[in-house]
Write a protein that binds this ligand. Structure first.
Ligand SMILES: Cc1cc2nc3c(=O)[nH]c(=O)nc-3n(C[C@H](O)[C@H](O)[C@H](O)COP(=O)(O)OP(=O)(O)OC[C@H]3O[C@@H](n4cnc5c(N)ncnc54)[C@H](O)[C@@H]3O)c2cc1C
Length: 447
């Protein structure tokens, strides 16, 4: 029987990060990672397989990180966790553990729409062979319907559109694409960018049936429209993969994920869980959080890996920071939108501005950047921010996220010393983050 001190199940964002973190914290402990696939995809890179990167094989997490960190690898499927004997039964034999980290991730949600099982209806499964087939079908398809206008839906639409000669329609239930993470003004701008690239968008309607004989031929919408389709891509979310944990008797939480405390420990004191399979609470108020993001998965993994032999870290809850891009236009978000904050009962002060991210604004590479910050009115604490701009939007939303996590107030942000340079940043006189904080302070003073 194989034996290791720390055993991790799952080798994607959470599993790999947890293994590295465990080795860094406990270098003398033998650490073994069990994963079912030979090659692991970079999950966030999947949409780019279809238009930019070219194949699933060009979008892989290299195994070098395992070797470099002295992590042993077993390619096998974990079939059962025997908690009494502290054994993981796998397709390649039993593995005994002292501490176990479960990072079995998530699987795409397939709604029970009549006809969803027709040939040509595909969810995005994180598997090389599956995506190779999906890529071939995408290349042949003429009329493609993408169900879901979240960031995965729009990235898939834009990448497939790069192949040319296809009619692509995004169908979104809410009034706008991306509306779970951006305020309306940002959503509308991005929808305009998407439409200008030749992709149709139908919002405020849902798919009620997928028609055809054996293969899909059309998609029926609740507003009565029927869209011709020979390929339907489902991008409406993911559900935690908890079968192994549930069968082992680990507690399952309110959102159907593996219940964990803030140290990422499950209901078994020797078993930890992290990533898409683990239950999450929101940074804002501590209620259950449905978010599933690589930023959260890897944070939880760094907590679980460090804590397996004693508590060193605790999760503050999900902030929700991510970005997306269509062509040259990028959006970034962190924390609560203005609409979301109000819905949750916060009294807010929201401030926005737009300006070039170089100075003077005629400098090469300058892009107009729109920034919005949302502060809690009473305390002045930052609870959210959104940005629309060029590729810098991703890192700007990361800065906003750091400010939120440290519960910075408008006054803290107004006191930033920001490094500036004409060819690289906005003007120091009107640096957007600082300027917005000053605007918010003035507004709060008036209230
Ligand atoms: C198309 C797409 C694009 C995305 N883009 C972004 C993005 O831009 N930014 C962002 O923050 N997030 C993004 N996400 C979300 C992000 O990819 C996930 O949050 C992240 O992959 C979670 O990592 P994980 O390791 O918890 O789970 P997963 O990536 O689901 O990995 C779980 C792993 O465990 C393995 N496994 C499961 N069961 C067993 C078993 N019994 N035995 C052995 N192995 C097992 C699986 O095969 C899999 O490799 C995207 C997701 C998708 C699908």
């Amino acid at each position: 029987m194989t034996k290791a001190d720390i055993v991790i199940i799952g080798g994607s964002a959470a599993g790999l990060t947890a293994a590295i973190s465990a080795r860094r914290t406990y270098p003398k402990k033998k650490t073994l990672l069990i994963r079912q696939e030979k090659q692991v995809l970079i999950p966030c890179g999947i949409p780019y397989i279809f238009g930019t990167v070219g194949s699933p094989e060009k979008n892989l997490i290299p195994d070098a990180a395992l070797e470099k960190n002295g992590i042993e690898l077993l390619i096998a499927q974990a079939k059962k966790i025997d908690r009494k004997k502290k054994i993981v039964e796998t397709t390649e034999g039993d593995v005994e553990y002292e501490r176990l980290i479960v990072s079995t991730g998530s699987v795409p949600v397939m709604p029970p729409i009549p006809g969803f099982d027709r040939d040509g209806v595909m969810a995005i499964i994180k598997d090389v062979a599956f995506l190779r087939e999906m890529q071939q079908r995408t290349e042949k398809a003429k009329n493609i319907v993408i169900v879901g206008g979240g960031f995965i839906g729009i990235e898939m639409a834009d990448e497939i559109n790069k192949l040319g000669g296809k009619s692509i329609t995004i169908v979104e239930l809410f009034p706008h694409c991306l509306s779970l993470a951006y305020d309306e003004e940002f959503c509308i701008e991005m929808e305009e960018v998407i439409r200008a690239r030749g992709i149709a968008i139908r919002t405020g309607t849902k798919v009620v049936a997928i028609n055809g004989n054996s293969a899909v031929e059309s998609v029926q919408l609740s507003d009565g429209t029927e869209l011709e389709a020979d390929l339907v891509v489902m991008a409406i979310g993911a559900a935690a993969n908890v079968d192994l944990a549930r069968d082992a008797g680990l507690h399952i939480g309110l959102t159907g994920s593996i219940a964990v405390d803030r140290t990422m420990r499950t209901s078994d004191e020797c078993i930890y869980a992290c990533g898409d399979c683990a239950e999450k609470v929101s940074f804002f108020g501590g209620g259950p959080s449905p978010l599933k993001l690589a930023s959260i998965a890897t944070l939880e993994a760094r907590i679980a890996g460090a804590n397996v032999y004693g508590v060193k870290r605790e999760s503050p809850g999900t902030v929700g920071v991510w970005s997306t891009a269509v062509g040259d236009v990028a959006l970034g978000t962190a924390g609560l939108t203005e609409a979301m904050a109000k819905k949750r009962g916060y009294e807010v002060v929201a401030v926005s501005l737009e300006g070039p991210n170089r100075h003077p604004g005629i400098m090469p590479g300058a892009a107009n950047t729109k920034l919005k910050l949302v502060f809690e009115a009473n305390s002045g604490v930052l609870v959210g921010g959104q940005v629309r701009g060029d590729s810098t939007a991703g890192e700007i939303s990361n800065i906003i996220s750091a400010c939120i996590q440290k519960r910075m107030t408008a006054e803290d942000i107004a006191m930033f010393q920001m490094g500036t340079q004409p060819a690289l940043t906005a003007s120091p006189v009107a640096y957007p983050l600082v300027n917005l904080a000053e605007m918010a302070i003035a507004q709060m003073g008036r209230n």
